[in-house]
Design a protein around this ligand. Structure first.
Ligand code: A4P
Ligand code: MG
Length: 211
């Protein structure tokens, strides 16, 4: 039986529980944690390369897979460049690009996320610098320097490589290297540039629609 105090216009005891005094701090806590999460977002710059099978498809799939990680949001995608292989065995030309991501991963977690994308796309490591379905490298993470055995940021060979620097400059135009140099200044050091050609086709920003 309903309590004699209940009337159609009155709030049910359930309603009091749903939006009563205890729900308010919960909503505030959720909003605060969202704000904190956004506050913790950092920009990082990744270099992607592929030189086997359908290279453009691999790049697109990798960009989509990165964005599917809930702690990574792909924020900008550079043009695609066809590039002569640097180092390694004799192999076919690469397609390279760079992306800017907003991420809530710390650097080492971001490396793991990049390697998970490589694994998802079927990358098998045979020879160092050898042919690959996809390579995802962390080029820069905010303005941080990381010197660990398994992770160096900036990427240790970034400033030697036009195939990494040229797309990076597109998505990180004002970025300064931890040593204070601008990216164009680093590129000028390795001029003249050969073996890097912008191709007409593009990799698209991941669809914002939920998959
Ligand atoms: N590692 C350390 N720092 C990083 C970082 N900032 N980002 C370690 C990603 N990985 C980093 O990488 C080997 C190890 O590097 C990882 O286990 C990680 O702990 P890998 O991807 O397994 O192997 P890899 O890519 O063959 O070796 P490496 O030394 O990363 O090669 P690079 O320097 O990435 O060069 N030519 C053209 N035109 N385009 C290319 O994209 N890529 C390479 C690979 C060679 N030549 C190329 C291209
Ligand atoms: Mg690599």
């Amino acid at each position: 039986m309903r309590s004699p105090l209940w009337s159609p216009g009155a709030r049910s005891p359930d309603a009091v529980r749903e939006d009563g005094p205890s729900a308010f701090p919960q909503a505030r806590r959720a909003a605060a944690s969202n704000l904190l999460a956004m506050w913790r977002e950092r920009f990082a710059f990744l270099g992607l390369g592929s030189n086997v099978e359908d290279r453009l498809d691999h790049l697109q799939d990798a960009v989509d897979a990165l964005n599917a990680d809930r702690r990574i949001r792909v924020d900008a995608v550079s043009s695609v460049y066809e590039t002569e292989p640097v180092g390694g065995p004799q192999q076919g030309p690469f397609l390279n690009l760079a992306v800017r991501v907003a991420t809530r991963h710390a650097p080492r977690q971001l490396l793991r996320a990049c390697q998970a994308v490589e694994a998802k796309l079927g990358r098998v490591r045979t020879v160092r610098w050898g042919p690959r379905t996809i390579d995802v490298d962390i080029l820069l993470y905010d303005d941080r320097t990381v010197r660990r055995r398994r992770l160096q940021i900036p990427h240790p060979r970034l400033t030697e490589r036009a195939f990494a620097l040229i797309p990076l400059i597109e998505v990180a135009p004002g970025q300064i290297l931890p040593d204070g140099r601008s990216l164009p200044a680093a590129l000028a050091k390795i001029a003249p540039i050969e073996g890097v050609t912008m191709v007409g086709t593009q990799v698209h920003m991941p669809s914002q629609a939920p998959s």
